[in-house]
Design a binder for this molecule. Structure first.
Ligand code: ADP
Ligand code: ZN
Length: 611
């Protein structure tokens, strides 16, 4: 008997191969467009489901789909996951032995592959292009397409040469995909990859399951520890730091606090990096402390939090980094600790770099956008989405929505701060300025004679934290500027406030961290001990199978699929097949094992109840 979906080959592949019941968002349109041979540019957030957009057309069109992917780890994971689904997938990159590579080349020529993942270097190699010429090719997918952009954070020069695909194989459809969506990058991808004719598919960039929180930095490490202990005990997460040293120190410190943490940065030996990455991906609940060198190509769906101890490079980078949380759609946290020092440091890095003025201008603009987010007076998600050109309403799932900040008329303190900046000569950093305002006669204050200023000790009625927050807000709103040494100076915008013509509303510093985040559902909630027991048994079954197969546990079945088993209690293979994430191959390979777990559990229940 054919259901309607059996008549639609794309839906049928979705159902049978991947085990999903319906396409999400733009997936259906992209698949149908590419199936018909059209070029496409697909902009979708991380976790949005980009892979299916090229995987299904590759399965259904004649020949093999060639996927250009910048990171080796990503290829291996995707290929492994596809093989679990019974798809004939392989990869070609520098990690392969010559013999293995030539086997794969032979399979490609013989039409025995559905999907072949290739690194850009490898693809551009004349030998590889020749091979492609002699094989039947279903499509080219260019994953992480923002790598063509020099302004972006993952620039890969080889990506620029991918126009060769279009020139040599004009009849083969190309689909470029990225999770980076700002206007400039989008335009650059189109230009650099000659995708002027391609249809552009833009999805909403919202990640509703991610909760955004920014805390004022006080003792960042302690704040981080508290955050992890309160909300993510035993969860997998990523902590981003700017420097290698800070990565090492933070990881070691977390370990000393009994949190399983590993460091990752470009200065570590390649083998150590690979080992840490594998342990993170396979393990249950490891915290990776890393520089931005870590993350692209990590497909782990159950990363429950991403924390930033330093400011990211830009909002794009921030969104991509935080987007690594909660790919499986379950509740997750994006948490950042930030202070005036971070802002100053970033400014210094821009001003002191050797980059041409044009680049610096772009970087300044990006930093301003980032500060606008960190200092957002209302919903953070609105700020993020607006940056990507999307309108939205207050989300109810960020710190600002959950615990709206209190503001107060800070016109007078603002004047006092501005006037202190002016009187001390517009070249001192926040620490020194606050010393003056609070009347602290430090050595430096005395040496410069700043204890003689009329503003010395003028601000004793407000706590230090409020002053540093106020200075930050003055910078974020363009009343104060930061010179290349971190000194604060007056900007044009401060006039009205200084003269008392315009007021200044400031956020009040909270005595303690907002409570609201405590309501984050950090683990799956169970209605009863009985459900908890079944959940544990299902996870154990998954762990056993993962070990037998030597793959990460999530590749057997994701948490979402196990939760369905818990909810629906399938008692037959047929019922099992109805669950999301259970395709034909996985039903064959693992269905029985999980069915036994459920059946045994139900039997025990019945017996228990009869007693
Ligand atoms: P992206 O590459 O955009 O970050 P992925 O392609 O890795 O996202 O997909 C994210 C997750 O969503 C994966 O676990 C994937 O299996 C799942 N997924 C994708 N499309 C669907 C769908 N139509 N129904 C259910 N789950 C889906
Ligand atoms: Zn919000």
């Amino acid at each position: 008997m054919n259901s309607p979906e059996e008549l639609d080959p794309a839906l049928s592949a979705l159902r049978h191969t991947f085990g999903y019941t319906a396409f999400r968002g733009e997936q259906a349109s992209v698949v149908s467009h590419v199936l018909q041979g059209g070029d496409a540019l697909v902009l979708m957030p991380t976790g949005g489901g980009k892979s299916l957009c090229f995987q299904i057309p590759a399965l259904l069109r004649d020949g093999c789909g060639i996927v250009v992917s910048p990171l080796i780890a990503l290829m291996q994971d995707q290929v492994q996951a596809l093989r679990q689904l019974g798809v004939r997938a392989a990869y070609l990159n520098s990690t392969l032995e010559a013999v293995e590579a030539s086997t794969i080349e032979r399979q490609l020529l013989a039409g025995e592959l559905d999907l072949l993942y290739v690194s850009p270097e490898r693809l551009l190699n004349p030998r590889c292009l020749g091979l492609i010429e002699s094989s039947q090719i279903a499509l080219f997918a260019i994953d992480e397409a923002h790598c063509v952009s020099q302004w972006g954070h993952d620039f890969r020069p080889e990506y620029r040469q991918l126009t060769v695909l279009h020139e040599r194989f004009p009849q083969i459809p190309r689909i470029a995909l990225t999770a980076t969506a700002d206007e400039a990058t989008r335009a650059e991808i189109i230009e650099r990859l000659a995708l002027e004719e391609a249809r552009v598919f833009i999805s909403s960039f919202d990640r509703p399951n991610i909760r955004y929180t920014v805390v004022e930095k006080d003792n960042a490490r302690r704040q981080l520890l508290k955050f992890i202990r309160t909300h993510h005990d035993g969860d997998a997460g990523i902590v981003y730091c700017l420097s290698r040293k800070k990565v090492e120190d933070t990881a070691a410190w977390l370990c000393s606090e009994a949190i399983q943490a590993l460091p990752y940065h470009a200065g570590l030996d390649a083998s150590v990096r690979a080992d840490h990455q594998t342990r993170f991906v396979r393990g249950d609940g490891i915290v990776m402390v890393a520089t931005v060198a870590f993350g692209m190509g990590i497909d782990k769906p159950d990363v429950r939090f991403v924390a930033h101890l330093d400011l990211p490079k830009s909002l794009e980078a921030y969104y991509q980094e935080t987007g690594r949380a909660g790919r499986d759609g379950l509740p997750s946290n994006a948490w950042m600790a930030y202070g005036l020092q971070d802002m100053v440091l970033q400014r210094e890095m821009i001003e002191q770099s050797q980059a041409p003025d044009e680049v610096k201008r772009v970087e300044r603009r990006k930093l301003d956008a980032l500060l606008g987010y960190a200092e957002a007076p209302a919903c953070r998600r609105e700020v993020l989405l607006r940056y990507f050109g999307e309108a939205s309403a207050p989300c109810g799932n960020c710190d600002m929505c959950l615990a709206p900040p209190e503001t107060f008329d800070a016109s007078l303190p603002a004047q006092q701060a501005l006037s202190t900046v002016y009187r001390s000569g517009q070249r001192y950093g926040a620490g020194h300025l606050i010393d003056i305002i609070l009347g602290r006669a430090s050595a430096k204050v005395k040496e410069r004679g700043h204890d003689q200023l009329s503003t010395f000790g003028i601000g004793k009625s407000l706590p230090e934290a409020q002053w540093s927050s106020l200075l930050r807000q003055l910078v974020a709103q363009g009343l104060l500027g930061v010179n290349e040494h971190g000194g604060l100076m007056l900007l044009e915008g401060c006039r009205g406030v200084l003269r008392g013509e315009t007021g200044f509303q400031a956020r009040r510093v909270r005595a303690a961290a907002p409570k609201a985040a405590a309501s984050v559902r950090r683990e799956i909630e169970f209605e009863s001990d009985e459900a908890r027991a079944l959940w544990a048994a299902l996870r154990q079954c998954r762990r056993d199978l993962a070990e037998e197969q030597n793959v990460p546990a999530y590749m057997i079945f994701g948490d979402a699929t196990l939760m369905q088993m818990l909810e629906h209690r399938p008692m037959s293979l047929n019922a099992m097949h109805q669950l999301s994430g259970v395709g034909d191959r996985k039903l064959d390979a693992y269905g029985m094992r999980f069915l036994e777990v459920v059946q045994q559990h139900q039997r025990r229940q019945t017996l228990g109840n009869a007693e």
